[in-house]
Design a protein around this ligand. Structure first.
Ligand SMILES: [Zn+2]
Ligand SMILES: [Zn+2]
Length: 258
């Protein structure tokens, strides 16, 4: 029997597109942290650091976003939320309807301190570790990460696949529960193995160990600072990652789960 293109295409329920993968500040080629997650009918912007807005526009019409998740208040994870705010509030004759914005309470407080009218574009939902959101067959769960301001790791799953995102974190917190059996584990690797310890961040080797410990299938290394030898980070993560496949995050990379 002939198989048409529509039959041959794999059914994808969750996909993630990297909108930014640079740690701390953006470069000419890499925006700060941000990911577009498409899960069922939902299109979620997960973190929105500097430069991610323009990369989002390369991927989709922003008016079809369903919601925004922000992991913590650091500027390299939130600064482009103001671009989306202006576009939804002032980009049309009439403001677009509010969409949910989920973030830790302190993060919401800080971004609203900068733009008090943020609640005219978003319905603001404080979230903390152990909270879950049900989006009709897609579940978003939040986990406590080891990073100085309140920071949530984000696990998005449906019946077919699991996506886990560490945001910024040291090797503690609920990393193992966050990434348990994940198909794709997006994990920060700000440091390399010979670096001095920096509280709230991990080395590439620690990211590899976290992926192996959790039984993740694929580890996507992210939040590498500019001017790092990314190949060295990849090698170091490989040494500890066990069965997990390791890949470097790159702006524009799209992965389909499972
Ligand atoms: Zn960061
Ligand atoms: Zn941070």
């Amino acid at each position: 029997m002939a198989v048409g293109p529509e039959c041959a295409r794999r059914v994808v329920t969750i996909s993630v597109t990297v909108l930014g993968s640079s740690g701390m500040y953006a470069t000419r080629d890499r925006a700060c942290s941000g990911y577009l997650v498409e899960a069922g009918e939902a299109r979620i912007l997960m973190d929105c650091g500097s430069g991610t807005w323009r990369n989002l526009l390369q991927q989709m019409d922003h008016t079809s976003l369903s919601g925004v998740v922000m992991s913590h208040r650091h500027p390299d994870h939130v600064s482009d939320v103001f671009q989306l705010f202006h576009a939804r509030r002032y980009g049309q004759t009439e403001p677009l309807p509010e969409i949910p914005l989920w973030a830790p309470p302190e993060t919401l407080e800080r971004v609203c301190g900068f733009a008090a009218e943020l609640d005219q574009a978003f319905s603001l939902h404080p979230v903390s570790a152990a909270d879950t959101i049900d989006l009709g067959g897609v579940r978003i769960a939040f986990f406590s990460m080891a990073h100085p301001p309140e920071t949530v790791g984000v696990r998005i799953e449906d019946a077919e696949g699991v996506l886990a995102y560490s945001s910024d974190t040291g090797p503690g917190g609920d990393l193992e529960a966050l990434a348990r059996d994940a198909d794709v584990f997006i994990c920060e690797a700000t440091l390399q193995d010979d670096d001095l310890e920096w509280e709230g961040h991990m080395t590439a080797g620690q990211a590899g160990s976290a992926a192996a410990g959790a039984g993740a299938k694929k580890l996507l290394l992210t939040h590498l600072p500019p001017e790092r030898d990314a190949g060295l980070s990849l090698t170091q993560a490989h040494k500890t990652s066990g069965q997990a496949e390791v890949q470097l995050a790159a702006d524009g990379l799209r992965l389909e789960l499972p």
